[in-house]
Design a protein around this ligand. Sequence first.
Ligand code: ADP
Length: 207
Amino acid sequence: MDGQTKPLTRTVNLILLGPPGAGKGTQAEILVETFGFKQLSTGDMLRAAKNSGTEMGNRVAGVMERGELVTDEIVVGLIEEQLATVAASGFIFDGFPRTLAQADALGTLLEKTGQSLDIVIEMQVDDAALVERIVGRAEKARAAGQPVRADDNAETMTSRLAAYHEQTAPLIAYYREKDVLKSVDAMGDIDRIARDLGAIVTDVTDT
Ligand code: ADP
């Protein structure tokens, strides 16, 4: 990437869909830098609530540490607040929606605010690599003296992956039917994956 924001010819709202460890956060950051999107990560919002000790944060802490999903009501509320903010290039939804109910709620919220959902990008990865990536992320953080996410360990990963396959993976068919689904091979070089994602975004705005 050249460090320059490339203006889009129109606003694009997109979802990055994929299991924990697929690299959604990493790629969202690159897309933000490249196109000026506003990233909405429900995981980051929930961790911020937990760290600042809000009542909601305290309520969800245990659920997150067990690798389960927090209630649809809480995350939809967080997203609803954010949809009222300005995002000239559009929003990237990272880690949301994670259930069919959340997907329906997002559709309704966007419609209410006169916005559209333009692209859903499925990041395809091998489950076997995911546990390794997450355990590696925890080890790196620990070695650098940085805080380690309470849910970044092999045991919790099993629950997070199960939650993904049971509750989130059905969204792939849901969005395929709505004709907004694209897929990228998310194994391998970060820059190559970023280029593939960037090409999908520019393709959609050019048509
Ligand atoms: P990852 O994608 O690496 O699993 P996230 O940072 O997106 O991590 O989420 C961490 C945890 O926060 C999840 O395991 C879950 O407990 C909670 N969470 C985040 N987003 C949602 C959501 N949309 N619905 C329910 N729970 C969520």
